[in-house]
Design a protein around this ligand. Structure first.
Ligand code: BDR
Ligand code: CA
Length: 324
Protein backbone atom coordinates (compact mmCIF):
# COMPACT_ATOMS: atom_id res chain seq x y z
CA UNK A 1 0.00 0.00 0.00
CA UNK A 2 1.26 3.48 -0.78
CA UNK A 3 1.37 5.72 2.26
CA UNK A 4 -1.08 8.58 2.06
CA UNK A 5 -0.97 11.76 4.09
CA UNK A 6 -3.04 11.84 7.26
CA UNK A 7 -5.57 14.19 5.71
CA UNK A 8 -6.44 11.99 2.72
CA UNK A 9 -6.83 8.62 4.43
CA UNK A 10 -10.44 7.45 4.78
CA UNK A 11 -11.73 7.89 8.33
CA UNK A 12 -14.36 6.07 10.35
CA UNK A 13 -15.35 8.08 13.43
CA UNK A 14 -16.67 5.73 16.12
CA UNK A 15 -18.27 7.73 18.90
CA UNK A 16 -20.78 8.05 21.78
CA UNK A 17 -21.77 11.74 21.76
CA UNK A 18 -21.23 13.33 24.38
CA UNK A 19 -20.21 17.01 24.04
CA UNK A 20 -16.53 16.27 23.45
CA UNK A 21 -17.40 13.68 20.80
CA UNK A 22 -19.74 16.30 19.31
CA UNK A 23 -17.01 18.96 19.21
CA UNK A 24 -14.68 16.44 17.60
CA UNK A 25 -17.35 15.79 14.94
CA UNK A 26 -17.89 19.53 14.41
CA UNK A 27 -14.16 19.91 13.74
CA UNK A 28 -13.89 16.85 11.48
CA UNK A 29 -16.94 17.82 9.42
CA UNK A 30 -16.08 21.52 9.15
CA UNK A 31 -16.16 23.07 5.66
CA UNK A 32 -13.01 22.28 3.66
CA UNK A 33 -11.40 20.47 6.58
CA UNK A 34 -9.73 18.10 4.09
CA UNK A 35 -10.55 15.12 6.26
CA UNK A 36 -12.10 12.23 4.36
CA UNK A 37 -14.85 11.08 6.74
CA UNK A 38 -16.52 7.97 5.28
CA UNK A 39 -18.76 7.00 8.18
CA UNK A 40 -19.83 7.85 11.69
CA UNK A 41 -20.40 4.71 13.72
CA UNK A 42 -21.99 4.92 17.13
CA UNK A 43 -21.58 2.87 20.27
CA UNK A 44 -23.30 2.97 23.64
CA UNK A 45 -21.17 4.78 26.21
CA UNK A 46 -21.86 8.23 27.59
CA UNK A 47 -25.52 7.28 27.43
CA UNK A 48 -27.64 4.60 25.75
CA UNK A 49 -27.04 3.68 22.12
CA UNK A 50 -30.42 5.10 21.26
CA UNK A 51 -29.56 8.55 22.59
CA UNK A 52 -25.96 8.45 21.32
CA UNK A 53 -27.04 7.68 17.76
CA UNK A 54 -29.70 10.41 17.92
CA UNK A 55 -27.03 12.84 19.17
CA UNK A 56 -24.62 11.83 16.39
CA UNK A 57 -27.31 12.40 13.75
CA UNK A 58 -28.25 15.70 15.36
CA UNK A 59 -24.69 17.03 15.30
CA UNK A 60 -24.02 15.75 11.77
CA UNK A 61 -27.27 17.33 10.58
CA UNK A 62 -26.40 20.68 12.18
CA UNK A 63 -22.92 20.59 10.62
CA UNK A 64 -24.37 19.80 7.17
CA UNK A 65 -27.03 22.52 7.49
CA UNK A 66 -24.32 25.07 8.20
CA UNK A 67 -21.97 24.24 5.34
CA UNK A 68 -20.10 21.26 6.75
CA UNK A 69 -19.68 17.82 5.19
CA UNK A 70 -22.91 16.36 3.84
CA UNK A 71 -24.02 12.78 3.27
CA UNK A 72 -21.78 11.14 5.85
CA UNK A 73 -23.67 7.92 6.69
CA UNK A 74 -24.37 7.15 10.34
CA UNK A 75 -24.59 3.61 11.71
CA UNK A 76 -25.69 2.41 15.14
CA UNK A 77 -23.63 -0.36 16.71
CA UNK A 78 -23.36 -2.26 19.95
CA UNK A 79 -25.84 -1.55 22.73
CA UNK A 80 -23.66 -2.91 25.54
CA UNK A 81 -20.03 -3.86 26.29
CA UNK A 82 -18.71 -7.34 25.51
CA UNK A 83 -19.02 -8.70 29.05
CA UNK A 84 -20.04 -6.04 31.53
CA UNK A 85 -23.40 -4.26 31.75
CA UNK A 86 -23.33 -0.77 30.26
CA UNK A 87 -22.06 1.99 32.56
CA UNK A 88 -22.95 5.51 31.39
CA UNK A 89 -21.94 9.07 32.27
CA UNK A 90 -25.10 11.18 32.34
CA UNK A 91 -23.74 12.90 35.45
CA UNK A 92 -21.09 14.42 33.17
CA UNK A 93 -22.96 14.88 29.89
CA UNK A 94 -26.59 15.37 31.01
CA UNK A 95 -29.63 13.08 30.77
CA UNK A 96 -29.71 13.35 26.98
CA UNK A 97 -25.92 13.02 26.79
CA UNK A 98 -25.59 16.46 25.22
CA UNK A 99 -26.31 19.21 27.73
CA UNK A 100 -26.05 22.72 26.33
CA UNK A 101 -27.80 22.35 22.98
CA UNK A 102 -31.42 22.03 21.98
CA UNK A 103 -32.28 18.35 21.58
CA UNK A 104 -34.75 17.22 18.90
CA UNK A 105 -35.22 14.27 16.58
CA UNK A 106 -33.09 15.03 13.50
CA UNK A 107 -34.29 14.30 9.98
CA UNK A 108 -30.91 12.82 9.05
CA UNK A 109 -31.55 9.09 8.84
CA UNK A 110 -29.80 6.22 10.54
CA UNK A 111 -28.48 3.59 8.12
CA UNK A 112 -30.02 0.11 8.32
CA UNK A 113 -26.64 -1.61 8.41
CA UNK A 114 -25.16 -2.38 11.84
CA UNK A 115 -22.07 -0.29 12.66
CA UNK A 116 -19.87 -3.38 13.04
CA UNK A 117 -20.91 -4.63 9.59
CA UNK A 118 -20.27 -1.17 8.17
CA UNK A 119 -16.78 -1.03 9.70
CA UNK A 120 -15.94 -4.46 8.27
CA UNK A 121 -17.37 -3.61 4.84
CA UNK A 122 -15.63 -0.24 4.59
CA UNK A 123 -12.28 -1.66 5.69
CA UNK A 124 -12.58 -4.34 3.00
CA UNK A 125 -13.61 -1.81 0.34
CA UNK A 126 -11.01 0.83 1.15
CA UNK A 127 -7.26 1.02 1.80
CA UNK A 128 -5.39 2.63 4.67
CA UNK A 129 -8.48 3.17 6.76
CA UNK A 130 -8.05 5.14 9.98
CA UNK A 131 -10.40 4.17 12.79
CA UNK A 132 -11.06 6.99 15.24
CA UNK A 133 -12.83 5.70 18.35
CA UNK A 134 -13.81 8.24 20.98
CA UNK A 135 -16.03 6.01 23.09
CA UNK A 136 -15.85 2.49 24.52
CA UNK A 137 -14.13 0.18 22.03
CA UNK A 138 -16.96 -2.36 21.64
CA UNK A 139 -17.71 -1.76 17.94
CA UNK A 140 -14.04 -1.78 16.96
CA UNK A 141 -13.17 -4.90 18.98
CA UNK A 142 -16.21 -6.75 17.62
CA UNK A 143 -15.22 -5.89 14.04
CA UNK A 144 -11.59 -6.98 14.60
CA UNK A 145 -12.70 -10.25 16.20
CA UNK A 146 -15.32 -11.07 13.61
CA UNK A 147 -13.18 -10.12 10.59
CA UNK A 148 -9.46 -10.43 11.39
CA UNK A 149 -8.67 -9.87 7.68
CA UNK A 150 -9.49 -6.16 8.05
CA UNK A 151 -6.32 -5.65 10.08
CA UNK A 152 -4.33 -5.41 6.85
CA UNK A 153 -6.61 -2.61 5.62
CA UNK A 154 -6.31 -0.44 8.72
CA UNK A 155 -3.49 2.10 8.69
CA UNK A 156 -3.92 3.32 12.25
CA UNK A 157 -6.30 3.44 15.19
CA UNK A 158 -6.46 6.92 16.68
CA UNK A 159 -8.33 6.74 19.96
CA UNK A 160 -9.23 8.64 23.09
CA UNK A 161 -8.93 6.49 26.17
CA UNK A 162 -6.77 5.37 29.04
CA UNK A 163 -4.54 7.06 31.57
CA UNK A 164 -1.06 6.76 33.00
CA UNK A 165 0.08 9.88 34.86
CA UNK A 166 -3.50 11.07 35.41
CA UNK A 167 -4.61 7.70 36.84
CA UNK A 168 -8.36 7.76 36.21
CA UNK A 169 -11.56 9.75 35.96
CA UNK A 170 -14.23 7.11 36.61
CA UNK A 171 -12.33 5.08 39.22
CA UNK A 172 -9.00 5.90 40.89
CA UNK A 173 -7.24 3.80 38.26
CA UNK A 174 -9.34 3.89 35.08
CA UNK A 175 -10.45 6.30 32.40
CA UNK A 176 -14.14 6.07 31.38
CA UNK A 177 -13.91 4.66 27.81
CA UNK A 178 -11.56 1.85 28.82
CA UNK A 179 -13.45 1.17 32.07
CA UNK A 180 -16.78 0.72 30.28
CA UNK A 181 -15.50 -2.04 28.02
CA UNK A 182 -12.05 -3.21 29.13
CA UNK A 183 -12.38 -6.53 27.30
CA UNK A 184 -12.89 -4.65 24.03
CA UNK A 185 -10.00 -2.33 24.89
CA UNK A 186 -7.74 -5.33 25.51
CA UNK A 187 -8.58 -6.69 22.04
CA UNK A 188 -7.77 -3.34 20.44
CA UNK A 189 -4.52 -2.76 22.34
CA UNK A 190 -3.41 -6.35 21.59
CA UNK A 191 -4.18 -5.99 17.88
CA UNK A 192 -1.21 -5.94 15.55
CA UNK A 193 -1.90 -2.39 14.43
CA UNK A 194 -0.35 1.04 14.92
CA UNK A 195 -2.20 2.88 17.66
CA UNK A 196 -2.14 6.56 18.55
CA UNK A 197 -3.65 7.28 21.93
CA UNK A 198 -4.96 10.42 23.58
CA UNK A 199 -5.31 9.49 27.22
CA UNK A 200 -6.15 11.67 30.21
CA UNK A 201 -2.40 12.43 30.48
CA UNK A 202 -2.73 14.77 27.53
CA UNK A 203 -6.46 15.54 27.39
CA UNK A 204 -6.19 17.10 30.85
CA UNK A 205 -3.75 19.54 29.25
CA UNK A 206 -5.97 20.32 26.24
CA UNK A 207 -8.12 22.69 28.27
CA UNK A 208 -10.63 25.22 27.01
CA UNK A 209 -10.66 28.20 29.35
CA UNK A 210 -13.26 30.94 29.77
CA UNK A 211 -11.19 33.34 27.65
CA UNK A 212 -11.26 30.78 24.81
CA UNK A 213 -15.03 30.44 25.10
CA UNK A 214 -15.34 34.23 24.93
CA UNK A 215 -13.29 34.19 21.70
CA UNK A 216 -15.60 31.56 20.22
CA UNK A 217 -18.69 33.53 21.31
CA UNK A 218 -17.61 36.72 19.49
CA UNK A 219 -17.69 34.85 16.17
CA UNK A 220 -21.46 35.07 16.66
CA UNK A 221 -22.28 32.47 13.99
CA UNK A 222 -24.83 29.66 14.30
CA UNK A 223 -22.06 27.12 14.91
CA UNK A 224 -20.18 29.29 17.39
CA UNK A 225 -23.43 29.70 19.35
CA UNK A 226 -23.94 25.94 19.45
CA UNK A 227 -20.36 25.36 20.58
CA UNK A 228 -20.59 28.14 23.16
CA UNK A 229 -23.80 26.60 24.51
CA UNK A 230 -22.00 23.33 25.21
CA UNK A 231 -18.92 25.05 26.63
CA UNK A 232 -21.04 27.09 29.06
CA UNK A 233 -23.26 24.18 30.17
CA UNK A 234 -22.95 22.12 33.36
CA UNK A 235 -20.77 19.75 31.32
CA UNK A 236 -18.05 22.38 31.21
CA UNK A 237 -18.09 22.71 34.98
CA UNK A 238 -17.86 19.00 35.75
CA UNK A 239 -14.10 18.42 35.42
CA UNK A 240 -13.24 21.80 36.89
CA UNK A 241 -15.27 21.00 39.99
CA UNK A 242 -14.22 17.37 40.34
CA UNK A 243 -10.56 17.44 39.29
CA UNK A 244 -9.69 21.10 39.75
CA UNK A 245 -8.69 21.53 36.10
CA UNK A 246 -8.12 25.12 35.02
CA UNK A 247 -10.55 24.71 32.14
CA UNK A 248 -12.66 22.10 30.37
CA UNK A 249 -10.86 19.15 28.79
CA UNK A 250 -12.33 18.43 25.36
CA UNK A 251 -10.92 14.89 25.43
CA UNK A 252 -12.23 13.49 22.17
CA UNK A 253 -11.37 16.55 20.06
CA UNK A 254 -7.69 15.66 20.53
CA UNK A 255 -8.18 12.89 17.96
CA UNK A 256 -9.44 15.26 15.27
CA UNK A 257 -6.85 17.86 16.18
CA UNK A 258 -4.15 15.23 15.66
CA UNK A 259 -5.58 14.22 12.28
CA UNK A 260 -5.55 17.85 11.19
CA UNK A 261 -2.26 18.87 12.78
CA UNK A 262 -0.16 16.05 14.24
CA UNK A 263 2.55 18.52 15.25
CA UNK A 264 0.32 19.98 17.97
CA UNK A 265 1.13 16.91 20.10
CA UNK A 266 4.26 15.18 21.33
CA UNK A 267 4.41 11.42 21.77
CA UNK A 268 6.29 8.61 23.36
CA UNK A 269 6.39 5.05 21.98
CA UNK A 270 4.89 2.65 24.49
CA UNK A 271 3.11 -0.66 24.80
CA UNK A 272 -0.24 -0.88 26.58
CA UNK A 273 -2.00 -3.72 28.37
CA UNK A 274 -5.50 -3.45 29.82
CA UNK A 275 -6.75 -4.89 33.12
CA UNK A 276 -10.24 -6.23 32.41
CA UNK A 277 -11.34 -8.40 35.32
CA UNK A 278 -9.96 -6.97 38.56
CA UNK A 279 -12.79 -5.45 40.63
CA UNK A 280 -10.48 -2.67 41.81
CA UNK A 281 -8.41 -2.01 38.70
CA UNK A 282 -10.98 -2.73 35.97
CA UNK A 283 -10.11 -0.64 32.92
CA UNK A 284 -6.62 0.27 34.13
CA UNK A 285 -4.15 0.84 31.28
CA UNK A 286 -0.74 -0.55 32.19
CA UNK A 287 1.57 1.58 30.07
CA UNK A 288 5.10 0.33 29.44
CA UNK A 289 6.80 3.70 29.36
CA UNK A 290 10.29 2.47 30.20
CA UNK A 291 10.55 -0.60 27.95
CA UNK A 292 10.22 -3.04 30.84
CA UNK A 293 8.03 -5.71 29.25
CA UNK A 294 9.84 -6.51 26.03
CA UNK A 295 6.54 -6.02 24.24
CA UNK A 296 6.50 -4.24 20.91
CA UNK A 297 6.22 -0.47 21.38
CA UNK A 298 3.34 -0.23 18.91
CA UNK A 299 1.49 2.67 20.51
CA UNK A 300 2.13 6.39 20.16
CA UNK A 301 1.10 7.77 23.55
CA UNK A 302 0.49 11.51 23.54
CA UNK A 303 2.34 13.13 26.41
CA UNK A 304 2.00 16.83 25.69
CA UNK A 305 0.02 19.33 23.66
CA UNK A 306 0.57 22.86 22.46
CA UNK A 307 -2.69 23.92 24.08
CA UNK A 308 -2.89 27.27 22.33
CA UNK A 309 -2.24 25.47 19.02
CA UNK A 310 -5.03 23.07 19.93
CA UNK A 311 -7.41 25.94 20.62
CA UNK A 312 -6.36 27.79 17.44
CA UNK A 313 -7.25 24.67 15.49
CA UNK A 314 -10.64 24.41 17.16
CA UNK A 315 -11.50 28.04 16.48
CA UNK A 316 -10.22 27.71 12.90
CA UNK A 317 -12.57 24.75 12.33
CA UNK A 318 -15.54 26.62 13.82
CA UNK A 319 -14.72 29.79 11.87
CA UNK A 320 -15.01 27.79 8.62
CA UNK A 321 -18.77 27.45 9.18
CA UNK A 322 -20.32 30.56 7.59
CA UNK A 323 -22.24 33.28 9.40
CA UNK A 324 -25.59 32.42 7.85
C1 BDR B 1 -14.11 10.09 27.74
O1 BDR B 1 -15.27 9.65 28.41
C2 BDR B 1 -16.41 10.29 27.89
O2 BDR B 1 -17.21 10.77 28.93
C3 BDR B 1 -15.92 11.37 26.96
O3 BDR B 1 -16.79 11.52 25.85
C4 BDR B 1 -14.56 10.91 26.55
O4 BDR B 1 -14.63 10.08 25.40
C5 BDR B 1 -13.23 10.83 28.72
O5 BDR B 1 -12.86 9.99 29.75
CA1 CA C 1 -16.61 9.99 23.99
Amino acid sequence: MTKRSTETRPLILDCDPGQDDAISLMMALSPNSNLDVRAITVTAGNTSLDKCQRNARLIAEICAQHGGAKDVPIFAGCTAPLHYPLATAEEVHGVEGLDGIEIYEPALPLQDEHAVDAIIRLCRELDEVVLVPTGPLTNIATALTRAPDITSKIAEIVLMGGARSEAGNITPSAEFNIYVDPHAAAIVFNADLPKTVFALDVTHKALIKDTHVDQIAVLNTPMSKILTGMLRSDYAEYDRAKFGTAGTPIHDACTTAYLLRPDVFTFRDVSVQVEADSPIARGHTSVDYWQMTGREMDTKWAIDVDHEGFFDLMIDCISRYPAT
